[in-house]
Ligand binder design. Structure first.
Ligand SMILES: [Zn+2]
Length: 133
């Protein structure tokens, strides 16, 4: 066997290894421009085949205009955030989230589920991240 020359088989093996590494990096950073999936039942954008919440596998490709669940936020924080986002022309939806008992007695609910359009998702996530520091 000549030195420095890879056989055809080991060459393809090497290429496969490199591709595996690259796809791992893409997965970790969430980059790579590969399409995200969207669960219409939960309004969740995910990069996997399955919805992380309901486990549904019939996901469609996410659309820029889809409202996606970002996080659960405090009522007060949610109200403030909505005002701030609207000032920046970013639409958001706040869904009251709380125990059924409280809703039944018409008591104020403690928190919201925050949804924004997919195109704003990264931006709003960044805001939330900064808020937590
Ligand atoms: Zn789901």
């Amino acid at each position: 066997m000549k030195e420095g020359v890879l056989s055809r088989g080991s060459f393809f093996h090497l290429v496969n290894l490199i591709l595996l590494c690259v796809s791992d990096i893409i997965k970790e950073t969430g980059m790579g421009g590969c399409a995200m999936n969207f669960c219409e039942g939960c309004n969740i954008a995910c990069d996997g085949e399955r919805c992380p919440k309901c486990g549904r596998k019939k996901l469609r490709e996410v659309n820029e205009e889809d409202f996606c669940l970002v996080a659960k936020v405090d009522r007060l924080f949610g109200d403030n955030l909505k005002i701030n986002l609207e000032n920046e022309d970013i639409e958001c939806v706040l869904m009251p989230y709380g125990t059924g008992v409280k809703a039944q007695f018409a008591l104020p609910l403690e928190s919201y589920l925050l949804y924004v359009r997919y195109k704003n998702l990264d931006y709003v996530r960044q805001i939330l991240k900064e808020e937590n520091h």
